[in-house]
Write a protein that binds this ligand. Structure first.
Ligand code: ADP
Ligand code: ZN
Ligand code: MG
Length: 507
């Protein structure tokens, strides 16, 4: 090699190393469909019972027991199909996915393989004002396995520290929908946005309970491709996607967890690539408490599962059924209606329709209060304070009447907005109701006599500011308003104090 060639070679590998990478993410999301009984037997799906009490020969996989398909689970799947605008085939069927694991008593899982109940759907996600459509490759029905509890000395522990493992088949046979997306995500924040949107759609459909333990589980596939391959709209050529080595991160059970796990994985893969290392094609485990992903095993291929048709369940004709199924108003439509009917801006309307519970609460308030006032108090104040405390409306579900009372005190002018915010914070931090907080802190609105006395006292005590105002210094009035507000303990309305001061000083 000539000196010149060596130099060229070096600068190329340097360039290679500096090359920026774009993240590519695709999800496999398992959601539990809310039905009262399991998908292939009549056992209850109630999770509050003792281990191994919601079981029967079918979900325990005893010889000769036969599955019977639960109509409600199919109906739920069809509703989801409609909501994500998926294609539903005329005829769908079930397969056996074979593998051995203690939580799987039959040694196979009944799932769908070549004819999923939903295919080719999409969900629109907006993140920080940008809207993106995420394509959904397929969504199929399947049964959940049981659950394992690893234990040591009578306490739960991790699998590697365990002395023994207990198995509970209550969950075996609970209906799941596995939703597989195209690798359309470019950022972990989009994944979080997608999961919230999906959850909200499922809740609106009435087929999902976000509060149920394990009701949402996510496997996230992630690879890095050269940034130059990404088009302006974020699409990446299929040959690049196919050849990129990817990892599959398992054990993600929340929106926030998904964002964190993927942010970690983006950094890990980018660093490895920049140091010139290859990404191993492998399965990794998200360790929530340590905030890291760890290598579990090399990925198994579909062929390892020896799929074959489940002969105990006949093919299912769903074409007509899918046409007939009806779904309620979904978040998007409700947001548009809120904008139209209640004159809300897009952002407020989005916040107010993010969950069905919030939307119902807001809409209920609009029958009694001004819709702007209700929007401010729910979207900005309540949701803001909840978010700050890492709470959701579900955490305060039993207290909605107290919030309604607080809003009515504001609407009737019995408390200032400023004090109402203080009351709200105290309600959330101390758990008291608004009336007792107002009473204990003397936060009721000051009456007119009290306010005019405070105005007089303030004018008396601040001759300099008064003189400044009289000499045309507008800013001085704000100072005086502040003094009056202080004197009344924030119980006066700043707007009317302003007017009173001006009247008094001008007259
Ligand atoms: P497999 O057969 O390995 O399970 P699939 O084609 O079924 O692969 O895809 C599984 C998941 O992997 C899907 O969610 C898909 O979006 C995602 N995926 C495919 N290619 C990539 C890639 N290059 N980077 C990240 N995720 C990907
Ligand atoms: Zn059963
Ligand atoms: Mg797959």
């Amino acid at each position: 090699m000539t000196a010149h060639a060596v130099e060229a070679h070096e600068s190329e590998s340097e360039r290679e190393r500096d090359r920026e990478f774009a993240a590519v993410i695709g999800l496999e999301v398992h959601v539990q469909l809310e039905t009262s009984t399991k998908v292939f037997c009549g056992c209850s799906t109630d999770s509050a019972t003792e281990p191994n009490t919601n079981v029967c020969p079918t979900c325990l996989g005893l010889p000769g027991a036969l599955p019977t398909l639960n109509e409600a689970a199919v109906e739920a799947a069809l509703k989801l199909g409609k909501a994500i605008d998926a294609d539903v085939p005329d005829r769908t069927r079930f397969h056996r996915k074979n593998y051995y694991y203690p939580d799987l008593p039959k040694n196979f899982q009944i799932t769908q393989y070549d004819a999923p109940i939903c295919a080719d759907g999409a969900l629109e996600v907006s993140v920080e004002g940008d809207s993106r459509e995420i394509a959904i490759t397929r969504a199929h029905l399947e049964e959940d396995p049981g659950s394992l509890a690893h234990a040591r000395g009578g306490r739960r522990t991790s699998i590697d520290a365990a002395e023994y493992t207990l198995v509970d088949y209550n969950r075996a046979g609970v209906p799941l929908m596995e939703i597989v997306t195209e690798p359309d995500f470019r950022r972990p924040t989009e994944v979080r946005g997608f999961l919230s949107k999906l959850e909200s759609v499922l809740e609106y459909l009435g087929i999902f309970d976000a509060d149920r333990d394990g009701s949402l589980r996510v496997d996230a596939n992630i690879s890095m491709v050269p940034e130059s391959e990404e088009s302006d709209e974020g699409s990446i050529p299929s040959d690049v996607l196919e050849t990129a080595n990817r990892t599959e991160v398992k054990n993600i059970s929340s929106h926030k967890g998904a964002e964190k796990a993927l942010a970690y994985e983006v950094t890990r893969q980018r660093n490895a690539l920049q140091r010139g290392r290859e990404i191993e094609q492998e399965t990794r485990h998200w360790d929530e408490s340590r905030g890291v992903t760890v290598s579990m095993r090399t990925k198994e291929a579909e062929a390892d599962y020896r799929y074959f048709a489940e002969a105990d369940l006949p093919p299912l004709e769903v074409g007509d059924w899918a046409e007939e199924v009806e779904i309620p108003e979904l978040p998007e439509a409700r947001r548009e209606r809120f904008e139209r009917e209640h004159g809300l801006g897009r952002e407020a309307a989005s916040k107010l329709t993010s969950t069905k519970a919030v939307a119902d609460f807001y809409e209920n308030l609009t029958t009694e209060f001004d819709s702007d006032l209700a929007a401010t108090w729910v979207a900005d104040e309540l949701l803001g304070e909840l978010n700050y405390r890492d709470l959701t409306t579900e955490d305060v579900e039993g207290r909605l009447d107290e919030f309604r009372r607080l809003i009515s005190l504001v609407a009737d002018g019995e408390i200032t907005e400023k004090n109402a915010t203080t009351v709200l914070r105290e309600m959330l931090d101390e758990g008291d109701d608004p009336d007792s907080i107002i009473e204990a802190n003397g936060m009721g609105k000051a009456d007119d006599d009290e306010v005019s006395a405070a105005v007089e006292a303030t004018i008396e005590a601040n001759p300099e500011a008064v003189a400044d105002y009289e000499n045309g210094e507008e800013g001085a009035i704000n100072f005086l308003v502040g003094q009056v507000m202080q004197a009344t303990g924030g119980s006066a309305d700043p707007g009317s104090v302003n007017v009173m001061l001006r009247e008094r000083l001008n007259g």
